[in-house]
Design a protein around this ligand. Structure first.
Ligand SMILES: Cc1ncc(C[n+]2csc(CCOP(=O)(O)OP(=O)(O)O)c2C)c(N)n1
Length: 266
């Protein structure tokens, strides 16, 4: 049984509390990746909680940094962040900024928020490890909207050129962006074929099924980087947020908060 199976509901509850208390946004984006990030930190990645900076650790970069609340929530559930830290989310003086930050935050490797950057940094980390024959895999999560950024494809070519088989990209494919559906903005139909054409080993899964996520993230991919296309639903877990673009930026007010809390606890 995967640990993540018992984590994901609690992670969504934490995200709701954090975003409600801070009057912050991006709840739909965080719910979209709650299962993926839970599987990564709880079941897939190897790291030492008591000595997080060990050189042979696996690393994760959230390239769509606006969904940072999901990462902080997982780190809290795993005992890496404290309740006080979580309660300070997105407030003045806190290390936990809305867009994910590594400054003073154990378990976060790189600060992101400007889309299209995290994947290039992940490629650099994977390249350096391979060149220096060092252990540890590099995982990076990008949004499907983020894949409209040209820098994503420069990174994809680089990883293929150097056979970065210590690198895995997960595409959170919820088919939505900030202001609308991806197909109406810059459509990337059959996105897995695009990654395959860039030379990557590609697999497509349900991004809310912990077993499928685990199986994909641990599959062997010798000689090539791995791309996991995770089909997800923006706002997953709360009925009136699912697939509703309003919840990219909208903060759950009193009534929405109460309804969401009920759905996530029943
Ligand atoms: C370079 C850059 N341009 C624009 C934005 C504003 N922005 C924040 S989230 C977002 C939509 C991203 O869509 P996607 O990657 O699909 O993430 P999700 O739908 O899961 O939120 C945009 C355009 C940004 N953060 N960075």
């Amino acid at each position: 049984m995967l640990i993540s199976n018992i984590l994901t509901q609690r992670v969504r509850q934490d995200v709701l509390e954090m975003i409600f208390n801070a009057k912050a946004s991006h709840i739909g984006s965080a719910f979209s990746i709650a299962d993926i990030v839970s599987v990564l930190y709880a079941d897939v990645m190897k790291y030492d909680k008591n000595n997080y900076k060990r050189e042979d650790r696996d690393v994760f970069i959230l390239s769509k940094g606006h969904a940072g609340s999901a990462v902080y929530a997982v780190l809290y559930e795993l005992g890496i962040l404290t309740k006080d830290e979580i309660n300070s989310y997105c407030k003045n003086g806190s290390n936990l900024s809305g867009h994910v930050s590594s400054k003073g935050v154990e378990g976060v490797e790189f600060s992101t928020g400007s889309l299209g950057h995290g994947i290039s940094v992940a490629c650099g980390m994977a390249f350096a490890r391979k060149r220096d024959a060092k252990k540890g895999n590099v995982y990076v999560l990008v949004g499907d909207g983020e894949c409209n950024e040209g820098s994503v494809w420069e990174a994809a070519m680089f990883a293929n050129q150097h056979g970065l088989d210590n690198l895995c990209v997960i595409v959170d494919c919820n088919k939505m962006q900030a202001m609308g559906n991806s197909k109406d903005i810059i459509d990337l139909p059959e996105i897995s074929k695009i990654w395959s054409a860039f030379g990557w080993n590609t697999v497509e899964i349900n991004g809310h099924d912990c077993e499928q996520i685990y199986k994909a993230l641990t599959m062997p991919h010798k000689g090539k980087p791995l791309c996991v296309i995770a089909n997800t639903i923006k706002g997953k877990g709360v009925s009136f947020m699912e697939g509703n673009i309003l919840w990219h930026y909208r903060n759950p007010d009193g009534e929405a908060y109460n309804k969401a809390k009920k759905e996530l606890t029943d």
